[in-house]
Design a protein around this ligand. Structure first.
Ligand SMILES: *Cc1c(COP(=O)(O)O)cnc(C)c1O
Length: 814
C-alpha cells in the first residue's frame, strides 16, 4: 500500500492530528516486530487480553512517527496521530477500499484444515503464470485478512487469500471486506468446531464467503457440505473434489498399488500425475490444487510440471549453534518478500549480536529490478555488518546494498572462499531459495555435527506460559525461573525469548548464572536465590537482586554495598520461612528485620516464600497454613517498612492449584516445559522438549547372543539390535538398561537391552523394519518426558537438568 496520512484518514473517516503528507507503506500492530520504522504506522489494537495502547511508547521508541489509535497520548512530540473509533473496523475499511482500486482475480480459501498449505501450493504453482500476491504465513483472521489485502498493488493479476473464522457470525464480517471470485472450501474438520453448536452451523457460516463468487471449488467428501453447496449455490459454477467418486475431480487409482503415478478423473477426463507422498492430507490438498489449475486454464502438461515441483510447506525457522560462537538461523521457508520480512522480524530478537546475511537469488522471475530494490531496502533497514549475495541475478544488484557486501555465483563458491570463516560472535541469517541448497552453508558453519539433539520448541513454551497466565489476573506479574540453565533447556536462549515476550522477572540460583545472562544482553530484573558471600561483587556489578534469607546474609551483603560505595537504595528480596524448612526468616524474626531494614539503604522489591507441597492434594491443609503465615508476615513487613513490596509464593503447581493466592507475582518453572500434575491443565499444555538421536547401526543377533558389557542381556530369540549414540555421559541413567527403559522408533516403543554404555546404548527392535539413520526418540510424545522419568525412577526436573552439555540444544520457533 501507499497512502498519505491524510488519505488514510479520509478513506476511513478518522481524525488526523499532525502531518497529512507522510507516506504510509506498512501497518504494524506488534511493537516487538517492527522491522523498519520508515513508512510504517503503528496500529494500537485492543484485544481481550491486551490493550495495544500500552505499546505505543515502545513503538515510538523504535522510531515510529505515525500512530493509529483510539486516543492521543501525552508527551509525544513529532508524532502524527490518526484517531479511530475501532482499530479493526479501521483496518477493514482501509482494506476494502484498497481492494476496490485494483482489478485482479481473487481466490479466497476457507475450511478447517489445509488452508495455509493449499494457499502456499497455489502460490508456488501460479506465481510464474500470473503476478500473484498472497496472505503472509497464516494471516487469515479479522486482522490478518485486511493486512494481507493491503499488500496488493497495481502489478498483481491474481490474489490468493486465506479466510479464517473462529466463531459464528465472523464470516459475514469477513465477506463484507473480501468477496472472492473463486471460493475454495478445503476439508471441514473439528478444528474450529468448539465455538459452533454443530457441524451444520459451521458449514453454514463458512459458505457465506461464497455469496458473490462465480466459482466454488470444494472438498465434496463430506455429505453435509456436498448437499448444502449443491442446493444453495446451484446457479454457480461448482467443482467438487475428493476421494469419493461422486466428485467432479477424484482419485482413479487404488493407492495400495505402489506405482509412482496416480490417475485422476476430472469431469470424466483422465489425468495422470506423479505424486510421491500419499497420505490423505497431501492427496486431498493436491486434488484441490489440480482443480484450481484446471479451472484457471492450465493444460495437463503444465499441471504435471507444477505438481511435480510442489515442495513441502515448512513453516519453521531453525536456530542452531555455529562455530566461533555464532548463531545460525536457517530459514527453509520459500524465498519471497514475505518470508524475508518474517525472517528479519525473527532475528530482531537477537539484537545484542552483530548480524550477517547470506541471501540468494529470488526465483520469482518477474520484474527483478524493482524486486531487488525492495529486497535491498528491507535489508539495509536491518543494518547487517556483512551481506553475502549468492546467485547470478542478485549479484548484479550489489551496489544497492549498504553493508559490506560480498558476491558469489554459487553456494559452493561462497563456501570455498572461506569468507564466512572470518565471522565470530555474530548471528548469521541463511536465507536461500531451494535450488541453492543453502543447508550446505549451514552444515559448513555448524558446531559439532552431533546427531543427538535436545530440541526446544519456544512456541510451546510461550503457549504454556499463556495457559498459566489465563488462570491469573491480568495485572499479576510473572517471574520465570531460569535457574540451572533453564532446567537444562538453555539459560540464555530461554531468557532472551522470555524477555522478548515481556516477562516481568527472571530467577536464577547463583550469581554467575545471572551475570552470564547480563553479559549476553538480558536486561530484565533478575533475582538470585543463593547469593554466596564470594559473589556479592558480581551481584552488585551486574545489577542482580539477591534473595536475603537470614540476618547473616543481610549484614554481609549490606557491608559489601557500603564497601563499594553504592548510593542508591539497592533492590533486595526477603525470603520468609513458612514451612519448607530450607531458607528464610521466621515470624519471630520480623520485628528485628524491620528495624534493621529501616536503617539500611535498601529497597525490598519483594517478599516471598516457597510452598513445599503445592502439587500434593493431601497436603492442602498444610499448604493453606503456609500461605496464611506468609500473608500475615508479608503484611507485617509492609506495615513496618511503610511501603508494599511485591508478594509471591506460587510456583507452577501453585498457580494451577491455588490461583486464589496469586498475590502480586507468581514464579513459573516446570510449567513452561509442559508438565503438570493436573490432568485438565496437562491437556492444554504443549510438550516443549524433545530429546532425539538416530540409529548408528542395526545388526542381527542370534538367540542366546549377549549384548554389551558384562553380557548382562542375552537374546531370547533371533532378533535385531539398533545401536544409538547416547549413553550415560549424555545424561541417561545407567540403571535404565536391561529393559527398564524404552525409546521410540517410528512411533513404537522398544526396550533398551544390555548395560547402558558411556556414549551408546543398544535397543532390541525385533523384526521392526527400521533403518540405520532413522530417528530415535528418547522422549517427547512417545515416550513422554514423564514416562521417561518413570523409567529412571525420578521426576522430570532431574531428567532435564541431567542432560549433559554435550547434547546440542536446538531452538524451534515459527
Ligand atoms: C524452582 C523454583 C520455582 C519454580 O518451580 P516449578 O515447580 O518448576 O514451577 C519457584 N520458586 C522457587 C523459589 C524455586 O526455586
Amino acid at each position: 500500500m501507499n497512502y498519505t496520512t491524510r488519505e488514510i484518514a479520509e478513506i476511513t473517516d478518522s481524525q488526523l492530528i499532525g502531518d497529512g503528507n507522510i507516506c504510509v507503506k506498512n501497518i504494524a500492530f506488534d511493537s516487538r516486530t517492527i522491522y523498519s520504522s520508515a513508512d510504517t504506522a503503528f496500529l494500537a489494537l485492543n484485544t481481550s487480553k491486551n490493550s495495544g495502547e500500552k505499546y505505543i511508547y515502545s513503538a515510538i521508541e523504535k522510531g515510529i512517527k505515525i500512530i493509529i489509535s483510539r486516543h492521543q497520548l501525552h508527551d509525544t512530540p513529532d508524532i502524527t496521530w490518526i484517531i479511530v473509533r475501532d482499530a479493526i473496523q479501521f483496518l477493514k475499511q482501509l482494506a476494502k477500499y484498497h481492494l476496490t482500486r485494483f482489478n485482479l482475480q481473487t481466490i479466497g480459501i476457507t475450511g478447517s484444515n489445509g488452508k495455509t498449505i493449499v494457499k502456499e501450493w497455489l502460490y508456488q504453482s501460479l506465481f510464474g503464470e500470473f503476478a500473484t500476491v498472497k496472505s503472509p504465513k497464516s494471516f487469515n483472521s479479522q486482522i490478518g485478512l485486511p493486512l494481507s489485502l493491503l499488500e496488493i498493488n497495481e502489478k498483481h493479476e491474481l490474489g490468493i487469500f486465506e479466510v479464517g473464522i473462529s466463531k459464528p457470525g465472523e464470516m459475514k464480517l469477513q465477506e463484507e471486506v473480501f468477496s472472492p471470485n473463486i471460493g475454495i472450501l478445503t476439508h471441514i474438520g473439528s478444528a474450529h468446531a468448539s465455538n459452533f453448536s454443530s457441524e451444520e452451523e459451521l458449514i453454514e457460516d463458512k459458505i457465506l464467503l461464497f455469496r458473490n463468487s462465480t466459482t466454488i471449488i470444494f472438498n465434496g467428501d463430506n455429505d453435509l457440505v456436498f448437499n448444502r453447496i449443491n442446493v444453495e449455490f446451484s446457479s454457480k459454477r461448482l467443482i467438487s473434489y475428493g476421494f469419493k467418486s461422486r466428485n467432479d475431480l477424484h482419485l482413479n487409482t487404488d493407492l495400495k498399488n505402489k506405482k509412482s503415478e496416480i490417475s485422476f478423473k476430472y469431469f470424466g477426463e483422465e489425468i495422470i500425475l506423479p505424486i510421491y507422498q500419499r497420505d490423505e492430507a497431501t492427496l486431498s490438498n493436491a486434488l484441490c490444487i489440480i482443480a484450481v489449475l484446471k479451472e484457471l486454464g492450465l493444460n495437463n502438461e503444465k499441471i504435471r510440471e507444477k505438481i511435480s515441483s510442489l515442495r513441502p510447506v515448512e513453516m519453521r525457522l531453525e536456530s542452531v549453534t555455529g562455530l566461533r560462537n555464532n548463531v545460525l538461523i536457517n530459514d527453509s521457508f520459500n524465498l519471497d518478500l514475505d518470508s524475508l520480512k518474517i525472517a528479519f522480524q525473527f532475528i530482531k530478537e537477537y539484537k545484542k549480536k552483530r548480524q550477517s546475511l547470506v541471501l540468494t537469488d529470488f526465483v520469482e522471475g518477474k520484474d527483478s529490478e524493482s524486486l531487488y530494490l525492495r529486497v535491498a531496502q528491507l535489508t539495509n533497514a536491518q543494518h547487517f555488518s556483512k551481506v553475502f549475495l549468492v546467485g547470478e541475478e542478485i549479484v548484479q544488484y550489489e551496489s544497492l546494498f549498504e553493508a559490506e557486501t560480498f558476491t558469489f555465483n554459487s553456494t559452493s563458491e561462497l563456501i570455498d572462499s572461506h569468507q564466512l570463516d572470518q565471522i565470530e560472535n555474530e548471528l548469521i541469517l541463511l536465507k536461500g531459495a531451494r535450488k541453492f541448497e543453502i543447508e550446505k552453508v549451514k552444515n559448513y558453519l555448524e558446531l559439532q555435527k552431533h546427531d543427538t539433539i535436545l530440541e526446544v520448541n519456544l512456541n510451546a513454551v510461550l503457549h504454556n506460559i499463556n495457559v498459566h497466565k489465563s488462570l491469573l489476573k491480568p495485572e499479576t506479574k510473572m517471574m520465570a525461573m531460569v535457574k540451572a540453565n533453564s532446567y537444562g533447556l538453555g539459560g540464555y536462549e530461554m531468557a532472551e525469548f522470555l524477555q522478548h515476550h515481556h516477562i516481568d522477572y527472571l530467577g536464577v540460583a547463583f550469581a554467575d548464572e545471572g551475570a552470564d545472562l547480563r553479559k549476553k544482553g538480558i536486561t530484565v530484573p533478575i533475582m538470585v536465590m543463593n547469593p554466596e558471600q564470594h559473589s556479592y561483587d558480581t551481584i552488585i556489578d551486574y545489577d542482580l537482586e539477591p534473595e536475603i534469607y537470614s540476618f547473616r546474609v543481610l549484614e554481609l551483603f549490606y557491608h559489601q554495598l557500603r564497601q563499594k560505595g553504592i548510593q542508591k537504595k539497592y533492590p533486595i528480596h526477603i525470603k520468609l520461612e513458612t514451612g519448607m524448612h530450607r531458607l528464610g526468616f521466621k515470624e519471630e524474626d520480623l520485628d528485628e528485620l524491620i528495624q534493621k531494614l529501616n536503617k539500611m539503604e535498601v529497597k525490598v522489591e519483594s517478599v516471598f516464600s516457597h510452598l513445599s507441597s503445592s502439587d500434593v492434594p493431601e497436603e492442602k491443609e498444610y499448604t493453606f497454613e503456609q500461605i496464611e503465615i506468609f500473608c500475615k508476615s508479608a503484611e507485617l513487613l509492609s506495615k513496618g517498612l511503610n511501603y508494599n513490596p511485591l508478594r509471591h509464593i506460587l510456583n507452577t503447581s501453585g498457580i494451577v492449584n491455588y490461583p486464589e493466592c496469586q498475590f502480586d507475582m507468581v514464579r513459573i518453572g516446570i510449567g513452561m516445559v509442559g508438565i503438570s500434575a493436573n490432568p485438565k491443565i496437562k491437556k492444554q499444555l504443549k510438550n516443549a522438549v524433545s530429546f532425539k538421536t538416530v540409529i548408528s547401526q542395526i545388526s542381527a543377533v542370534k538367540k542366546g547372543d549377549s549384548i554389551g558389557y558384562s553380557r548382562k542381556y542375552r537374546a531370547e530369540n533371533d532378533t535385531c539390535i539398533a545401536t544409538i549414540p547416547v549413553g550415560y555421559a549424555d545424561g541417561i541413567p545407567r540403571l535404565i538398561g536391561n529393559e527398564l527403559g524404552k525409546v521410540g522408533i517410528n512411533k513404537t516403543l522398544f526396550p533398551i537391552v544390555g548395560n547402558v554404555c558411556m556414549d551408546m546404548m543398544m535397543i532390541n527392535i525385533g523384526t521392526h523394519p527400521a533403518r540405520e539413520g532413522d530417528e530415535v526418540i528418547i522422549f517427547n510424545s512417545n515416550p513422554t518426558l514423564e514416562e521417561f522419568s518413570g523409567y529412571c525412577g525420578t521426576i522430570p526436573y532431574e531428567v532435564l537438568t541431567s542432560i549433559s552439555s554435550r547434547v546440542k540444544r536446538i531452538y524451534i520457533k515459527d
